[in-house]
Design a protein around this ligand. Sequence first.
Ligand SMILES: C[S@@+](CC[C@H](N)C(=O)[O-])C[C@H]1O[C@@H](n2cnc3c(N)ncnc32)[C@H](O)[C@@H]1O
Length: 360
Amino acid sequence: MDFSTNGSEESELYHAQIHLYKHIYNFVSSMALKSAVELGIADAIHNHGKPMTLPELASSLKLHPSKVNILYRFLRLLTHNGFFAKTTVKSNGEEEETAYVLTPSSKLLVSGKSTCLSSVVKGALHPISLDLWGVSKKWFHEDKEQTLFECATGENYWDFLNKDSDYLSIFQDAMAADSRLFKLAIQENKHVFEGLESLVDVAGGTGGVAKLIHEAFPHIKCTVFDQPQVVGNLTGNENLNFVSGDMFKSVPSADAVLLKWVLHDWNDELSLKILKKSKEAISHKGKDGKVIIIDISIDDNSDDHGLTELQLEYDVVMLTMFLGKERTKKEWEKLIYDAGFSRYKITPICGFKSLIEVYP
Ligand SMILES: C[S@@+](CC[C@H](N)C(=O)[O-])C[C@H]1O[C@@H](n2cnc3c(N)ncnc32)[C@H](O)[C@@H]1O
């Protein structure tokens, strides 16, 4: 050992080692979660309708008997991580047996529910999302402005996505799932949409969010604006229509522009272009038009370590996939004022995101 230790140095050393090892092996927790989703553990427990013992779970998942102990070991980690909880049930012989129940986190993995986020697990932990990290050293040393994704695959993410229909649908499912949770945020922030007669959801994907707004405010004329390959074949109705185009060229006119999970994909220069096109789109409303941004606003002063960690992880995901970024309040303010808007209001929503109303 390089340095002599007294009690407190030893304790610091061991704490540091635990801290380091925990971060080295964090991926095991992510992968165990992915396995749970692929096996359908949350669905099995949910469908069982009562606490489920290990043999019951293994049988429902149709696992070979040799895998029951492996399932137990995965469940032990996932239970420790808060995805399942243990209780006891009495078996036929009145003997007490351990059984598993869902927790609020694993309830988010139950298929068919409007709050199901399994597709986000599948998308974020897909081999395509993980393999790129293998070239990160090369990426750092290359004198080329490109994403880690481009460095790994030779293509930008959107081109790649549009060529691989299986991966495209995983991506769209993940986006749609994330958007469904937005329903709660709409209910809690009705005032943001009240008084609007029209809204265009720019880069709105397949329209998940616009449909929620349409349900909550049927009188608002909603337009979903996205690339031709995303919305070209979609049909809507009188108050929900799909328009294809390029948001860097122009944005359809409306009382409000919604940019949900969009600006974090782009660097400041391109985000500024999108914001300026959005400002043009609401110009007919004068001072009454608004742009509604849903994105992360990093709070540097937050004492919620887990929340900040998640926001900073998202930032690195956006950087590596798109050269995009998650922004602090100060960075949002600069971008908003640089785009020519005069005021803004930030409201935290959905736990880790923010709704930013921006006015001309
Ligand atoms: C992260 S997704 C956001 C989807 C949606 N807003 C949501 O929250 O579910 C980004 C979207 O930007 C769209 N997009 C990318 N480049 C675009 C462009 N130049 N014009 C319009 N949409 C674009 C993509 O097709 C994709 O649907």
